[in-house]
Design a protein around this ligand. Sequence first.
Ligand SMILES: CC(C)(COP(=O)(O)OP(=O)(O)OC[C@H]1O[C@@H](n2cnc3c(N)ncnc32)[C@H](O)[C@@H]1OP(=O)(O)O)[C@@H](O)C(=O)NCCC(=O)NCCS
Length: 149
Amino acid sequence: MDDLSVSVRRATSSDAAAVANLASQLAQSFPFSRTRFDASYANLVNTDQARLLLAVDGDAVLGYLIGMDHLTFYANGPVAVVEEILVQPEFRGRGIGRILMSAFERWAVSRNCRLVTLATRRAAPFYVALGYEESAVYLRKVLREPAAQ
Ligand SMILES: CC(C)(COP(=O)(O)OP(=O)(O)OC[C@H]1O[C@@H](n2cnc3c(N)ncnc32)[C@H](O)[C@@H]1OP(=O)(O)O)[C@@H](O)C(=O)NCCC(=O)NCCS
């Protein structure tokens, strides 16, 4: 991969600033909040039910992926969901997204998941290139915050 030496590792608490920088680029529907990011980050790096994966070249964090699993009846057990993936713009198109997704899929298999699912607006061709197929329509309803009710 060009001059890069990319590997994937699990994020730790000391990666928070680098991941915040990336996550703030992905936020669209909701304004990015560093305070709320920090609260979620602490939970995400400490739970076995989720994986926060980083694509790194040495100390440089080039991309991240968050995914988790949950139990289902329809798939006879756990299903893994990719919630967010982002590669730094200048490093896109060099296989880093694929490496992150492959690492997540390996984790999903290790958790006995038979399926990886995700929703996307802009990146369907990326997932199709990785063997994903369209299977459902994504609907959503934005909920009011408790304090505003
Ligand atoms: C989507 C994203 C993570 C892909 O990461 P990436 O590192 O550029 O992807 P890769 O280089 O690993 O590409 C893997 C494959 O997908 C294909 N691909 C990637 N982006 C594509 C696109 N926009 N259109 C068509 N194919 C695409 C590549 O051609 C490659 O296929 P190949 O191996 O057969 O040549 C990256 O573009 C990104 O961060 N986008 C902004 C954030 C975003 O949209 N995230 C998804 C939210 S659902």
